[in-house]
Design a protein around this ligand. Structure first.
Ligand code: KG4
Length: 334
């Protein structure tokens, strides 16, 4: 069985062809970084227009790279939400139209479930149950994953997502877009102990997150930084990154302990962060937990994880999408 995965929830147009057994035949991602970088963030109107231009060539490229044609596909899976409505509509409507003209069943995928399962796109794979930390530009949440379609939300951000905080700090320091990689690079030469930025632990035992206080503290610190003062920026970035990473790691380990689970999985764009991976690995090792951190290209948005999640959803409910189905901006899991 071959699954075509289509993703357009935010600023990347992506398509992939996946074999039901887990073999990835192709995965193509078209980034819009160049378009949005001069604005320091995503401009929704421009994102959806670019998706419109890119969707057909990207899907065709994915089919060609897999050395198949559309008639070989058995299931079309497309992101239905959450994300930017205008962006979602492009990929989702395209998938529905493809399904309508070819008769191939289509399924709408919750982007969050795709991040929770992306770890199955490479070997070795974890066994259920596991704790998943999903940290991206739109969310920061902890889940208990009990099966391919069985997820329990344990905690979520009460304000900004971790990736959003990275992007905003990058903008404050004029480091460019996307902010995560820019802040990480700048942090390399900085001292993570230069500033003691606040960590929001919230109520005792809470698995929720909050990054708005940290963001404000960084903003106040930035007022003292002279334009172009590289050393000062590096110290702010390193100290900010350390504050985010410390909370993400501690709460993930707390979730594993509270639910007596021995496996931890990372997902979402922020999981590409090297300092997060390093600290999470060290902390998991110390507690005897097994850590699975997928390749960074599988953590950021891609069509392969949509194909995988769509396949499992289809196996579970076996109900193709109705053509009246609409996109949604909030995940049903959160
Ligand atoms: O999962 P993703 O590709 O898109 C969604 O938000 O759904 O995540 C993008 C987010 C952006 O906020 C980006 O700045 C952040 O992930 N990011 C990083 C890194 N790479 C990407 N944050 C921290 N460190 C990184 N290396």
């Amino acid at each position: 069985m071959l699954i075509l995965g289509i993703e357009s929830s935010c600023d990347d147009t992506a398509a992939a062809v996946l074999e039901a057994g887990g073999r990835l035949l192709s995965s193509i991602v078209s980034s819009q970084d160049e378009i949005h970088s001069r604005f320091g963030g995503i401009v929704p109107e421009l994102a959806s227009r670019r998706h419109l231009e890119a969707i057909e060539p990207i899907v065709s490229h994915a089919l060609k790279k897999a050395d198949i044609t559309l008639s070989d596909i058995n299931l079309i899976a497309a992101t239905q939400g959450p994300g930017l409505t205008g962006s979602l509509l492009v990929g989702f409507s395209y998938a529905k139209a493809l399904s309508y003209v070819t008769g191939i069943p289509a399924i709408g995928v919750d982007h969050m479930t795709a991040h929770l399962l992306s770890v199955f796109l490479e070997k070795p794979t974890p066994t259920f149950p596991y704790i998943a930390l999903i940290a991206s530009g739109g969310t920061t949440s902890l889940f208990l994953c009990l099966g391919y379609t069985d997820f329990k939300l344990l905690g979520r951000t009460r304000d900004d997502a971790a990736g959003e905080a990275f992007d905003k700090v990058a903008r404050m320091l004029d480091l460019g877009y996307p902010g995560g990689p820019a802040v990480t690079k700048c942090a390399e030469k900085g001292n993570p102990r230069a500033h003691r930025f606040p960590r929001a632990w919230l109520e005792e035992g809470s698995l929720d997150f909050s990054f708005s206080g940290l963001k404000t503290a960084v903003f106040n610190q930035c007022q003292d930084v002279a334009a172009g003062a590289k050393e000062a920026k590096a110290d702010i970035c390193a100290s900010f990154q350390e504050a985010v990473v410390e909370v993400l790691v501690a709460k993930t380990l707390r979730a594993a302990e509270q639910h007596a689970v021995g496996t931890v999985v990372l997902g979402g764009g922020v999981s590409a962060n090297a300092r997060l991976r390093q600290k999470m690995l060290k902390s998991c090792d110390a507690k005897g937990l097994q850590l699975f951190s997928p390749h960074p290209s599988l953590c950021t948005d891609n069509g392969a994880m949509i194909a995988l999640a769509g396949y499992h959803q289809y196996l579970a409910i076996h109900k193709p999408l109705s053509y009246e189905a609409d996109v949604f901006s909030r995940s049903k899991l959160e």
